[in-house]
Design a binder for this molecule. Structure first.
Ligand SMILES: [Fe+2]
Length: 332
């Protein structure tokens, strides 16, 4: 299985490896489907930009570093309910939120590093909620690498899942952090730390953020984690490849967030997810697995029909990422 951009789809040799869901999370296209070009245009209209497919090159590749899509979609629905509740002046379904955070903590504990389901693998009306779930996953993964205990992970997870909840009551970007803070701090079951994540997630170390232009150690570590996770998921959703998004986050160290947090974050993110087509000096190949080092994958080199562990080959570099059209040119 591998993840491709919608415009890379070719019905002559690819079939769906995971369903495509509609905005109500019902299966729109099932596993094994070959997508007719007319239908492809419809998916594009719905804002779906990525597909999970199976073809000859991706056979045998499993995406176990990624959460199961139905679980991810269930949690996404809970975030959606929370936003709807706040918009309708009703109570946030806190029990569901707690359960979801607990589930995500379990997901993060069992993996060394994480591969995200793109927020644009679902219809665009669901993207904000998918984003909240992804931010929570990345933040929890970072918190784990920083050695957080369960109660810290819970506070971090709840704050991150609801970091943009202020958007349910305002369309003004500059107002949403404070709105979110006021919404969350009204619940005695939500820790003040979680509420401050919503308040501070757009603040930066250099004082250039908003809404209060906090700087330096005024910006809480929990909020910095949320800020990194927020940026990373936004970069990837905008089309940056994970390793490029990671570099971009690195380059913002000490401007937006402290280096030690960025370092912890980087240890939990997979640079080249399984299924990525790569060019190395010794030939082209496909990432088949991630072992112990999330940035040095195991690559099957087509020409040699052999797997090479880049973790054991420090001098072998991934020179570029190959797109579908590049593969055709080199006869793969
Ligand atoms: Fe935000």
């Amino acid at each position: 299985m591998r993840l491709i951009e919608l415009n890379e789809y070719n019905d002559s040799y690819m079939q769906l490896a995971k369903p495509v869901y509609d905005s109500k999370r019902r299966v729109l296209l099932g596993i094994g489907t070959k997508i007719h070009p007319k239908y492809l245009a419809k998916l594009k209209q719905l804002g779906i930009k990525y597909l999970f497919i199976e073809d000859i090159t991706s056979k045998g590749i499993s995406l176990e570093d990624m959460m199961e899509m139905p679980t991810w979609l269930d949690i996404l629905a809970i975030v959606e309910n929370a936003f709807k509740a706040v918009a309708a002046n009703q109570l946030i379904p806190l029990l569901d939120i707690r359960k979801s955070v607990k589930k995500l903590i379990e997901e993060v504990i069992k993996r060394n590093a994480v591969m995200l389901i793109p927020t644009t693998a679902v219809e665009s009306s669901l993207t904000p909620f998918a984003h909240a779930v992804n931010v929570t996953i990345i933040a929890l993964q970072t918190g784990k690498k920083l050695g957080y205990n369960n109660s810290q992970l819970n506070d971090l997870g709840i704050g991150c899942m609801l970091h943009d909840i202020g958007k349910a009551t305002t369309i003004k970007q500059e107002d949403h952090p404070e709105n979110g803070f006021n919404i969350l701090r009204a619940y005695r079951e939500i820790s003040l730390m979680s509420a401050h994540i919503a308040y501070q997630h757009h603040e930066t170390l250099d004082g250039q953020g908003f809404p209060r232009q906090l700087s330096g150690d005024q910006v809480l570590e929990f909020a910095q984690i949320c800020s990194i996770a927020n940026d990373f998921d936004n970069f990837v959703s905008a089309g940056l490849l994970p390793h490029v998004a990671l570099e971009k986050i690195m380059s913002l160290s000490e401007k937006k967030y402290e280096y030690h947090i960025v370092l912890a974050f980087s240890k939990g993110i997979i640079s080249y997810p399984p299924g990525t087509n790569v060019q190395l000096k010794i030939g082209s190949g496909i990432v088949t697995r991630i072992d112990s080092n999330p940035h040095r994958p195991i690559v099957r080199i087509h020409r040699l029909n052999k797997e090479i562990d880049l973790g054991e080959q420090p001098t072998l570099l991934i020179e570029s990422i190959l797109k579908e059209e590049d593969l055709k040119n080199i006869g793969q």
